[in-house]
Design a protein around this ligand. Structure first.
Ligand code: CTP
Ligand code: MG
Length: 441
């Protein structure tokens, strides 16, 4: 490839989330319908012109625009609810029109991408002159060009995950690359050993892995460097591997090595989320256990801290596994959010169904989502320490407060068998007593 600034069109690769909304943006004649037909299935493309035709027998009847968009939005909503890739083929030159579509994507917790077809005014005028399928007034075209140019600079602040801008040459050669959702690991069926909140209790983690039948590898100093199950089982951590406990770096090292060697998977916990911010140099409150971790990390190398930072940064907020029968998220996840990605999905997965209010101890008030859960997937999570794991509507919380002197718990999947090991001691005094029920406030 040449970077000498010559005019040869280079093939652009456009990554587009496979579960999401694609908003085409461009004036009449910029090539939206041509682009859509080349890259997407006919059923994936929802065209305002087509629905103008459906409701009025005339694709050019501007009086039918309101009804046509009514249908476009309804169809887009139906498809997004099913998690289907959907492309909107309309000019979308007005900010409000794009805003409605971004809101629709948010409502269904899927990302929206914009693909802007930025053909030159001259080319568009020439194409328009040659078109036989449509009669576009020069004034109308000029208005569209004006509207689009007004919003262009701010487009990437409208809530799109990505904005791809293509000139006419690029539009002709670009390839669309569908990105699978990082949450979707339905192809993995385990068997899994799902492990509750470790919180730096490295020794208890070794006990539990040993109890589960894992063989632990160690370095010369005796620190665990890996663990493998002879039957090829996968350990699956519900997050909060770090903070509060005596050896967060050691626990994290073992988990990271197991993930790297394919012996484990791990979802993001709120404590990794906070640690990541601290390691990124952000200002975080040095309380609730992150202060211990940062102190323990001082005796580790800069490379180790960077590796841990990258690890936390790469963690996904939930996984959908085993053909959709198993969902693992740190604080649980209601069914409508399974496999979805949005701010509120992430916040639910990390912190649970919180009201945004806090109790007298300054801790978040939680809603009992599990009591209302009717989904088909088993949801396995942690986050709320509870003395005994309890099944609630095919959901189970595995945080048995090891760091508070309780136990470290694993759930064997698909066997549904619980294994637990006791804490060696109380490592951290709890702010409030362990709940009798995992779904309490
Ligand atoms: N066209 C072309 N070369 C391209 C893209 C489009 O010659 N690379 C032509 C098409 O054949 C069509 C016209 O330009 O005659 C407009 O393209 P179209 O894809 O229909 O443009 P849209 O942006 O969909 O226009 P509208 O908003 O009017 O539907
Ligand atoms: Mg078109």
């Amino acid at each position: 490839m040449s970077d000498s600034g010559d005019t040869t069109a280079q093939q652009r690769v456009l990554p587009v989330p496979a579960m999401g909304l694609v908003v085409l943006v461009g004036v009449s004649g910029s090539g939206k319908s041509t682009f859509a037909a080349r890259h997407f299935l006919p059923t994936q493309v929802v065209s305002s012109d087509a629905y103008r035709g459906v409701v009025s027998d005339d694709e050019n009847d501007q009086s039918a625009t309101g009804d046509a968009f009514d249908l476009v939005h309804r169809i887009v909503g139906k498809r997004l609810r099913r998690g289907l890739l959907t492309v909107v083929d309309a000019t979308n030159v007005q900010r409000e029109d794009r805003g409605q579509l971004v809101r629709l994507a948010k409502e269904h917790d899927v990302p929206a991408s914009a693909i802007v077809l930025d053909a030159s005014d001259g080319l568009v005028r020439e194409r328009t002159r040659l078109r036989t399928d449509r009669d576009i007034e020069p004034d109308a075209l000029a208005r569209q060009q004006h509207d689009l140019s007004r919003g262009r600079a701010q487009l990437d602040k409208e809530g799109f995950r990505r904005v791809h801008v293509l000139d006419a040459d690029e539009a002709g050669t670009a390839v669309v690359e569908l990105e699978p959702s990082p949450h979707d690991r339905r192809e993995l069926s385990g068997p899994f050993d799902i492990i509750g909140d470790v919180h730096g209790c490295r020794a208890e983690l070794e006990d539990l892995l040993t109890d589960l039948g894992y063989r632990i590898e160690r370095d010369d100093a005796g620190e665990p460097t890996g663990a493998r199950h002879p039957d090829g089982r996968t350990a699956l951590f519900v997050g909060d591997v770090v903070d509060r406990g005596p050896d967060s770096p050691g626990a994290a090292r073992l988990v990271m090595n197991m993930v790297d060697s394919g012996d484990a998977m791990c979802v993001l916990g709120n404590h990794e989320h906070k640690l990541l911010r601290a390691l990124n140099g952000r200002n975080v409150r040095l309380q609730r256990g992150v202060e211990q971790t940062l102190q323990q990390l001082e005796s580790r190398t800069a490379e180790f801290r960077e590796r841990l930072r990258e690890f936390c940064d790469g963690l996904v907020d939930h996984y959908v596994l085993d053909g959709g029968d198993l969902v693992v998220a740190h604080a649980g996840l209601k069914e409508a959010y399974h496999g979805r990605s949005s701010g509120r999905v992430r916040s639910f997965a990390l912190f649970g169904d919180t009201t945004g209010e806090t109790d007298e101890q300054g801790l978040p008030v939680r809603l009992p989502w599990a009591r209302e859960y009717q989904g088909k997937a088993m949801v396995v999570y942690g986050h709320v320490p509870t003395p005994r794991p309890e099944w609630v509507n095919n959901t189970i919380c595995l945080d048995t407060g090891c760091v508070f002197g309780g136990e470290l718990t694993a759930l064997r999947y698909p066997e549904r068998e619980l294994r637990r090991v006791p804490a060696h001691r109380t490592w951290y005094e709890p702010t409030r007593p362990l709940h009798e029920e995992s779904t309490g406030t």
